[in-house]
Write a protein that binds this ligand. Sequence first.
Ligand code: MOS
Length: 753
Amino acid sequence: MSTVPQEARAAQTGRPMDRADARAKVTGAARYAAEYAPPGTVHAVLVGAEIACGEVTGVDAREALRSDGVLAVLSHLNLPPLAAEPHLLPSLAGASASGQSFFPMRDARVHYAGQPVAMVVADTLERAGHAASLLRIGYRGEPHTTTLEEGRERAYEPDRIFAGFLPGRMGRGDVEAGLAEADVVVDAVHRMSANHHNPIETAAATAYWEDGRLTVHDSTQGPTATRLTVAELLGVPPSQVRVVATAVGGSFGAKAMIWAHPTLAAMAARHVRAPVKLTVTREQMFTACGHREEQEQRITLGARRDGTLTAIRHHKLSPTSPFDDWAEPSLEMPARMYACPNHEGVYRLFRANTMTPAFMRAPGEASGMFALETAMDELASELGVDPLDLRLRNHCDTDPTTGLPWSSKGLRECYEHGAQMFGWRGRDPVPGTRTDGHWLVGTGMASAVYPVYQAMNPQRARVRLHADGRAVAETACAEFGTGVGAVMRQVAAAALGIDAEQVEARYGDTDLPTTVAAVGSAGSGAISSAVHTAATALREQMVERAVADPDSPLHGADPARVEVAGGRMFLRDGGGESYTDLLRRHMMFDAEALGSWDPPGPDAGFAAATFGAQFAEVGVDPDLGLVRVRRMLGVFAPGRVLNAKTARSQLMGGMLWGLGHALLEATRMDPDSGRWANASMGEYLLPVNADAPEVRVEFAEVEDRMVNPLGVKGVGEVGVVGAAAAIANAVHHATGRRFRNLPITVEAVLGGR
Ligand code: MOS
């Protein structure tokens, strides 16, 4: 592979660039899944179970079917059978990716409140909704379990969690011996509320059949995953299913896995022989796309007097659905964070009447690192050691779970730059002593880490160069607000030596080259690798054509010495020509290349993660119980930064998500009804602008030569990790009180609980 001149690359990648979809989204030109209406489109609405456990005893649809415009009422009594069993798999697997192994309306059983028990199809949305209100559904209720308090006694230790990808128990060394060696032990129990994603665009699918081929406009992070899942469940060859997800209005994991609604829309479309649009309502979003499970984490740290960790014991208890062993992986990254020889991680689950939980931004890392990093702060207090020095003392140069070297790390630089920019050094460790008017003021810090997940299948992209000088980069991947579209433009431009403004990104369509779902902070790494491979192949194709052409100024040149910039191929010490001149002379309207990049497998011989350091300052109003975050600083080492603007935005959004995790976000279960009590945007609290402090994002540059061709480790989720812990640690520093439960509510600060 010939080299791209560094200056050309630097000019196109790294620089800040607007999101490819920005203008379309803010002007309303972007078309979302529910905004497609092929001729004859009709509307489906879902009806959710009113009980949390039991059976549907009857669906009386007579009145609904007599209602104007109604085309069908589907329920377990008449829903066509599935061609395959849904099985829970994460969408990085490059296979079908059902969010749970349960599919609704196949029998009368009710497993959770809100579970779809009927679907009404009518000519308009209003008529479908009205008819749904006329359904008479009978239930026989049974006792249900929905909360930690109810399920604790029935907990079991699962063999595997996380769709079978991770073991239920992990360990190294001897934790009992490690604790016996310790001079100081911190033992803390943390409780964290359930959380829901709440993307602005709710889930929706518009599906239609033409000559046995199915098209689905789906709001998804993974068009390919939707294609494979719907095809499998309906028994249709995947080649006959096209999924389009051009504009996606946020997701955060809610649309990472494929839930029932695209398949139900396709089933309804086949049933009524018309295009069907199915929109999940905001309230239904709380029982349609999974959630972060309520959880309890008990963490025990043992350390010597000098701060060296001797043992980490980390246990998690959480509810899962009646059908899947799911827990978000809270224990994995805390196990890999510090050089501690003795570690034990154990997941315990109990069956509850909820749907299967799912990925939610920094799934597992956010909650697990909250427990570890607040416990580290407690340990620092106990030892009288600065919290940052405690972390440096336990810094690990290799992955402590495997002994493998990190592909790159940069954490020391993050700590160092962060401490300097934040003004950490010289901090008075005594809690509860600084004031600003009636506010108590404190500061806290925490480590951040997020693994580099690799896709399991080859990642493909196509790049086409037109004779007019413009280029198009194409992949199937979804752009749900992460900035991957801009990255596609920049990476293609860098490899071709043209301006990124001259490159159009096309994405979100299974007719384009196959890529993995945009999940696990892996999107930019996978997509940039595929586009880079394709654009490099195209450049080489053009150079080969030029050096072989007697009419080219480059005729006979060594291809390895040909450089590209400004749309031209040239020799540093001689002549050259533009792509346009070459293509026109050869009577080519365009030239294109397909690139395929194979991600390194699990035996690649290195460990990979993005690291960072979080700092926060809070003010606490002891009379009103208010916690206000006054400033946040995050310093991260994500490898190469492809787009300074979108990377910063991703990390800033993550840090604000961490603020929400710390202080606001909670889905409250009503144990009597077994329903989420605040299933609305009005009652599920999220940070708004008035809650947002000054958030500063900085990068520590590290070169990574192992993870992928451009050394991109990902920024989508690491910004969340450690942010809640930094805030909670700052609250302790301000008040002298430890808050181990999330969110830290006004009531808690006032002393209620
Ligand atoms: Mo992310 S929570 O893997 O969509």
